[in-house]
Design a protein around this ligand. Structure first.
Ligand SMILES: Nc1ncnc2c1ncn2[C@@H]1O[C@H](COP(=O)(O)OP(=O)(O)OP(=O)(O)O)[C@@H](O)[C@H]1O
Ligand SMILES: O=C(O)c1ccc[n+]([C@@H]2O[C@H](COP(=O)([O-])O)[C@@H](O)[C@H]2O)c1
Length: 226
C-alpha cells in the first residue's frame, strides 16, 4: 500500500438548491487538478447571506440526490451539526486536527467567492489551513478588486496543479473550468414565478423540489432585495 497522502478537496455551499453551476465546473476542476474525490459540505448557517429558503434537511437531501450516481462526490455533514455561523476557517481547523499537518487539503470556491474572500471570518488564516481551488464564474473578473488583494493573489498562485499535491496548504489555483451561467437565485426566482427549472439542475433534484412544493410561494427575500 502506498503511504502517499492524497489531496482532499472540500466544496462548501448553501446549495439552496444544488445545481449544474456547482457540479459541472467542479467535475472539470477535478480532472484538471487530479482530484479523486470532492466532498460536498453544505453549511447550516451561511455566514454572509440571508437564511436559505429550503430547510437543512431539504438541502441535504437535494445534495444527496444530485451526487447519487456520481462517484466523484461524497458528503460531509459536519457543518450541519453546528448552529453557529458556518465559518469555513472553523471547519478547516477541525479537519486539520483530524488529518494532521501533512495532509494536503483544498477548499473549492467560485470566482465570486474569491472576490469577497477578504470579508470572510479570519480570511488571512485560510491559506495556512488549505489550498483554494477557484472555478470561473460568468460575470466575475479574474482580477481582484484592489491592488493589495491582487498582490496577495499573485503571491500565492499555483503555477501548476502538481503544487497542490506537493504541499499541504497555501496555494490558490485558478482553474480554467467551463463557464456555467446558473445560480441558485435564478432557479429560486424562476420557480417563484412558476417557470420550469429544466436543464438547470439534475432531474432527481428537480423532482424533489416539485414533490416538496419548494420555492413555490412568493419569494420571502424579495422585499429585502428591493
Ligand atoms: N455557476 C457557477 N459557476 C461557478 N461557481 C459557482 C456557480 N454557482 C455557484 N458557485 C460556487 O459554489 C459555491 C456555493 O455557492 P452557492 O451554494 O451559494 O450557490 P449560488 O448559485 O451562488 O447561490 P445563490 O444564488 O443563492 O447565492 C460558491 O463558492 C460559489 O462561488
Ligand atoms: O467563513 C466565512 O466567513 C465565509 C463567508 C462566506 C462564505 N463562506 C463559505 O463559502 C461557501 C460558499 O458560500 P455561499 O454563501 O456562496 O454558499 C460556503 O461553504 C460558506 O460557508 C464562508
Amino acid at each position: 500500500m502506498s503511504d502517499k497522502i492524497e489531496l482532499h478537496a472540500l466544496y462548501g455551499g448553501t446549495f439552496d438548491p444544488i445545481h449544474y453551476g456547482h457540479l459541472k465546473p467542479v467535475e472539470a476542476l477535478a480532472a484538471l487538478a487530479g482530484l479523486h474525490t470532492v466532498t460536498l459540505l453544505p453549511n447550516n448557517v451561511p455566514p454572509h447571506r440571508p437564511q436559505p429558503e429550503a430547510s437543512p434537511a431539504q438541502r441535504i437531501e437535494m445534495v444527496r440526490l444530485a451526487i447519487a450516481d456520481n462517484p466523484l462526490f461524497d458528503l460531509d455533514l459536519r457543518e450541519m451539526q453546528r448552529n453557529t455561523p458556518s465559518f469555513t476557517v472553523d471547519t478547516l481547523d477541525e479537519l486539520r486536527q483530524e488529518r494532521g499537518v501533512k495532509q494536503p487539503l483544498a477548499f473549492i470556491i467560485g470566482q465570486d467567492s474569491l472576490l469577497t474572500l477578504h470579508k470572510w471570518h479570519r480570511w488571512q488564516d485560510l491559506l495556512s489551513l488549505c489550498h483554494l481551488l477557484v472555478c470561473q464564474r460568468p460575470g466575475y473578473s479574474r482580477e481582484m478588486t484592489t491592488p493589495e488583494q491582487q498582490q496577495w493573489l499573485e503571491k500565492h498562485l499555483a503555477k501548476r496543479p502538481e503544487e497542490l499535491h506537493q504541499q499541504p496548504a497555501g496555494k490558490v489555483f485558478l482553474a480554467e473550468t467551463p463557464l456555467v451561467s446558473i445560480s441558485a437565485t435564478e432557479i429560486r426566482d424562476r420557480l417563484h414565478q412558476g417557470h420550469p427549472d429544466a436543464d438547470l439542475l439534475p432531474p432527481s433534484v428537480s423532482e424533489f423540489i416539485a414533490r416538496e412544493g419548494l420555492y413555490r410561494n412568493p419569494n420571502p427575500h424579495a422585499i429585502l432585495r428591493r
